[in-house]
Design a protein around this ligand. Structure first.
Ligand SMILES: *Cc1c(COP(=O)(O)O)cnc(C)c1O
Length: 400
């Protein structure tokens, strides 16, 4: 038997957050039950004193429902293991986790450099809150580390990227960006929702903080909202924990429990999503309507070499540009029966999202999308032959 810290991540995911044995009966459930409570009772004042001493020493102590109970501690441990970090802070959604990273690491008047292909609602956060706080977000081209180097300023306090990027799934050279940021002592934060710690680990590639929408693959069943901010360094994690406390972010115990339950099957779900997505790529490549396929595990993808270097697996996300005008593109999407039209992804079901070309990053990709229909697919856990047949009949209907 190996030592616990040398066990593979797949094994550790099955054993983190188990129900502890009852010292009296010597029995336990398998999984930790959801512990719901708004407040915490202390046996005596000495117990309260001990909890506060631990908290002051920077340790985790259960003192009040808002900062979470045992179920939340177990879920934090899962994210810490997934991302290979030192400290995890939970948030009530992925976007809340992004907000937490910006507010925790930046001050009024500071400047941040943000990759231009990140999750779209970050721009809404910028416009509605960060600008009001006097923060300036400037966008850079993540395919060019020299663009990042040229735009770094003395007041730059944060570099933020996402890999692969939202919508067109371009792989980013995180080690190259980390090198540029590190040379100026600026922390690099990476949105790792795509990898969810299981197939991609930005912290091991040089990032300081990984932000994950647990809503997607970690929870895996499209039934809850969840975010996590995982730090490589304990002190930075504690700084983010202080901001979480100030914001009053709380996650329901039932949602934490559902995420713990969902994450046990992350390894097998990811493998199946990835296998099916590659089959869908093969099918799409065989169709005359297909202009480009965007899926880092697909050998023809522009980021395939980076994917081979930095990732240990893939998932069900792919985008495709089709030689269909707008009307034919709309016929195609409406004809799909198994792909639901919807945002988000990472659940068991297949989804299609219409991508407006002007919503894409300003560099090369918008050019590539002109006059084409671009859709993002989430390939779910349905039998892949059924999914391929559905895409085939929808493409046939779009033409006719
Ligand atoms: C969905 C998503 C988010 C936001 O997560 P929510 O839980 O929906 O708020 C952040 N980043 C990426 C890359 C996402 O896909």
């Amino acid at each position: 038997m190996k030592r616990p810290d040398t066990l593979s991540l797949q094994t550790r995911l099955q054993h983190t957050g188990s129900d502890p044995f009852d010292p009296e009966t010597g029995t336990a459930a398998v999984g930790l039950p959801p512990k719901r409570s708004s407040t915490v009772r202390f046996a005596d004042l000495a117990a309260l004193d001990r909890a506060y001493q631990r908290r002051r020493a920077g340790e985790r102590a259960i003192t009040y429902g808002r900062s979470g109970m045992d179920t939340h501690r177990a879920l934090e441990d899962v994210f810490t293991q997934l991302e290979g970090g030192a400290h995890t802070v939970l948030a009530p959604s992925g976007l809340a986790a992004i907000t937490l990273a910006f507010l925790g690491l930046m001050g009024a008047g500071d400047h941040a450099l943000v990759a231009d292909n990140v999750y779209g609602p970050l721009r809404h956060l910028d416009d509605t809150l960060l600008k009001k706080l006097g923060m300036t977000l400037e966008y850079f081209d993540p395919t060019r580390p020299d663009d990042l180097a040229a735009k770094l300023r003395p007041d730059t306090k944060l570099v933020y990227a996402e890999s692969p990027g939202s919508l067109l799934l371009q792989m980013t050279d995180i080690p190259a960006l980390a090198q540029v940021a590190k040379a100026k002592g600026v922390p690099l934060v990476v949105d790792n929702t795509w990898g969810s710690g299981y197939i991609y680990q930005p912290l091991a590639l040089g990032a300081d903080v990984s932000v994950v929408a647990g809503t997607k693959y970690v929870a895996g069943h499209s039934d809850l909202m969840l975010g996590a901010v995982v730090s490589r360094d304990l002190a930075m994690g504690q700084r983010l924990g202080a901001m979480q406390y100030a914001l009053g972010y709380a996650l329901g115990a039932d949602d934490a429990w559902l995420a713990l339950r969902g994450v046990r099957t992350l390894p097998v779900r990811m493998a199946e999503h990835a296998r099916s997505a590659l089959r869908v790529c093969e099918f799409l490549a065989s169709r005359p309507e297909t202009a480009s396929i965007y899926h880092p595990a697909w050998p023809q993808d522009a980021g395939h070499a980076l994917w081979q270097r930095d990732c240990t697996g893939s998932n069900g996300m792919l985008s495709v540009s089709l030689k269909l005008d707008r009307a034919a593109g709309r016929r195609f999407v409406d004809a799909l029966r198994l792909f639901g039209i919807g945002f988000s992804w990472g659940g068991y079901e297949s989804l299609v999202q219409w991508v407006e070309p002007d919503g894409l990053a300003p560099h090369a990709y918008a050019q590539a999308a002109r006059g084409l229909t671009v859709v993002r697919l989430h390939v779910g856990l349905e039998a892949v032959d059924d999914l391929v047949a559905d895409l085939a009949q929808a493409l046939d209907q779009a033409a006719g």
